[in-house]
Design a protein. Structure first.
Length: 129
């Protein structure tokens, strides 16, 4: 990690959730995709009903919120819904959406997750707030 990244992470203010949010840890997919939206939009094991109740989708990289989006609709992770994927991904979901309005982005972008949401060794990359 670069020194600036370390400073940013540890000096970042803690996020205070004012919206129903789904948080998706994009650690691995962030390095594989071209942009943050593509890294966070699919294919995740989640409850689509719970996800649909979320007002925003937050992309999280190593405990720091790096993207804030609004999901217009949640879709099954199939090649028809997500042309970038070549196989059917049963039980996985993704979304079509857009970047959140600037006022919402300012509340969350470059903020760190509260310690209570950062369980060491947690395997599921999806959390709800």
């Amino acid at each position: 990690m670069h020194a600036n990244q370390i400073i940013e992470r540890y000096e970042a203010k803690e996020a205070v959730f004012e919206h129903r949010a789904i948080l998706i840890n994009v650690n691995r997919s962030a390095t594989e995709k071209d942009n943050i939206y593509e890294a966070v939009r699919y294919a995740w094991k989640l409850d689509p009903k719970k996800a649909a109740k979320s007002e925003i989708v937050l992309a999280v990289l190593q405990g720091l919120i790096i993207g804030v989006f609004v999901a217009d609709k949640w879709l099954a992770a199939t090649p028809e819904n997500f042309p970038g994927t070549s196989t059917e991904r049963p039980g996985r979901w993704g979304f079509d959406g857009h970047e959140a309005p600037e006022g919402i982005v300012k509340l969350y972008l470059r903020r760190r997750l509260p310690d209570s949401m950062r369980k060491r060794g947690a395997a599921n990359p999806v959390k709800y707030a």
